[in-house]
Design a protein around this ligand. Sequence first.
Ligand SMILES: C[S@@+](CC[C@H](N)C(=O)[O-])C[C@H]1O[C@@H](n2cnc3c(N)ncnc32)[C@H](O)[C@@H]1O
Length: 309
Amino acid sequence: MTAAPEWLEITLKTSRDEVETLENWLFKSGALSVTLLDSVDDEELSHAVLEPVPGEVRLWDDITLVGLYARETLLDELHDALHLAAAMLEIAVPAFTASRLQEREWERTWMDTFKPMQFGEHFWICPTEQEAPDPSAINLRLDPGMAFGTGTHATTAQCLAWMGAETARTLRPLEGCRVIDYGCGSGVLAIAALLLGAERAWAVDIDPQALSATRDNARQNGVLDKLEVGMPELVNDLSVELVLANILFKPLMDLADTLTASVKPGGRLVVSGILREQMEPLRERYSEHFEFEPGQDQDGWALMTAIRR
Ligand SMILES: C[S@@+](CC[C@H](N)C(=O)[O-])C[C@H]1O[C@@H](n2cnc3c(N)ncnc32)[C@H](O)[C@@H]1O
């Protein structure tokens, strides 16, 4: 009898400062999902992702990253992809271990670790196969394990918390807004914006896998008809009321002119994925056209919002 195909898993240890870059590296090399584990006790925790409790964002100084690749991936091909992705990101290939994972174990991993998360009074992210804890709330459904952004990452969580905060007042806080999600990953922010009342959204990314995950997730949440998905050129001539950009510091600095042009005067820019010490240079880069609101800084990660003059 032929053995069931196994998933390929890459594991590496890193520090908080490096986690975002290395997560990006794993995705660029073709990972279907990336999980963050606390390294302190990862033998015992095995595959238990340390979820923030609702409203809480946690990060650890010593983190294990686990990237999961499609079953048909060959180890040699993966080595090549990891080296190529490192070269694209201009980083040295870090030390990692590769192992095979049985399908059942992989499924259980995600079922066990991705739990419903609440962001604000009436807004939740829920795995598709689980009951929503509050069926009357706005429940964004996501399949665990597909592309970046189930809300478990601190920087995604900060954006979702910012969007969900107003749900105590109204279930449609983004009513009438047109929204761009720049660097959409799983599309979670664009989909959240639409569920929270946005009129129309555009989700763009340089990674084709992210675009296809975004379409699937939007369809699943019944908002595909209000969402356009594509490469960044899609929004070249567009300026909207709200631009969400959870990408790294360097792309945010490089994209300043593009992102500035995509926010209409009086509109708002929300950026995350930046470290506390990167807030000031970022503010300076955007200050000619934006009035910054007080930034939020949680466990070293910052979310900044600004109004376009
Ligand atoms: C940190 S993930 C965030 C995903 C999602 N928005 C979220 O909040 O979970 C950043 C995403 O930005 C994309 N990205 C990086 N540089 C980009 C660029 N220059 N233009 C568009 N997308 C970019 C990456 O491919 C990745 O999917």
